[in-house]
Design a protein around this ligand. Structure first.
Ligand code: OAD
Length: 239
């Protein structure tokens, strides 16, 4: 299938781990995935960080080192190209914490699950802002000037994704909703497509498309499911 874009097309794209797979970043559900040798709660929850900040920082430091070596693929480039056509009518919400969308040229994007290359204070009352942090090794646990430990700027299990209101407003306003490479099991991201179903029931004209290797858990919510590698499908999806 092909989607016609013009400067007035309101295009919303949600990406998941699948879009970075062809760049060499393992997806979460892969057998050789990112959580290998670690229980998820151990490295991706506030409780895990409280129990062993050193384990958590070691895990994210390794991920930083690996992510620093990868490059965007044709799927990231295709989305940057779509943004060049739609301009301010383009909106990208990514569940990925890597920076490959930015590396491909995307500008209007939100990292709803945080950013691997950012760090912030672990004390929610501290006013120090999250900052860009490329460090991938630490002599000792990093601390904020307030004295509290710093933590990766990542949304962990049990925490609320960033900017959900802005994301929902853009889903409610879009003409075309595309999800790329997400298994559709982690909410609230997996529930965004339902908004398109509601809008259609109310007589609004909008369509939803899924692109990925296999049918996601929420496949039935989509108008179209295009099976294939993101790097092969996306470059010809937009016209
Ligand atoms: P998953 O690992 O759950 O799913 C990746 C999806 O990408 C699968 O459906 C694959 O079939 C598909 N896929 C793999 N290779 C692909 C390719 N080359 N082209 C297209 N699709 C491909 O990743 P997410 O759905 O992103 O949350 O996971 C959602 C969230 O779960 C993550 O953001 C993370 C995790 O827990 C947090 O860290 C909060």
């Amino acid at each position: 299938m092909q989607l016609d874009l013009t400067p007035s097309t309101k295009l919303f794209v949600l990406t998941g781990a699948g879009i970075s797979a062809e760049s060499g970043i393992a997806t979460f559900r892969d057998a050789n995935g990112l959580w290998e040798n670690h229980r998820v709660e151990e490295v991706a929850s506030p409780e895990g960080f409280a129990a062993s900040p050193a384990t958590v920082w070691r895990f994210y430091a390794q991920r930083r080192a690996q992510a620093a070596t990868v490059k965007p693929n044709p799927a990231h480039a295709a989305l940057a190209g779509a943004e060049r056509i739609c301009g301010d009518n383009f909106f990208l919400a990514t569940q990925n914490v890597d920076n490959l969308h930015e590396a491909a040229g995307s500008q209007r994007l939100i990292h709803m699950h945080g950013e691997l290359f950012k760090t912030r204070c672990s004390d929610d009352d501290c006013t120090t802002l999250p900052f860009v942090d490329m460090r991938s090794s630490f002599a000792e646990l990093p601390r904020c000037s307030c004295g509290a430990l710093q933590r990766p700027h990542i949304v962990w299990f049990g925490e609320v994704p960033f900017e959900m209101l802005k994301i929902k407003r853009n889903v409610q306003a879009c003409d075309i909703f595309v999800t790329v490479g997400s298994s559709g099991v982690v909410y609230p991201a997996a529930g965004l497509v339902r908004e398109i179903s509601f809008r259609k029931q109310n007589g609004e004209s909008c369509i939803s498309v899924y692109v990925g290797l296999e049918r996601p858990d929420n496949a039935d919510e989509f108008d179209h499911v295009v099976l294939g590698k993101a790097g092969e499908v996306l470059p010809t999806l937009f016209r």
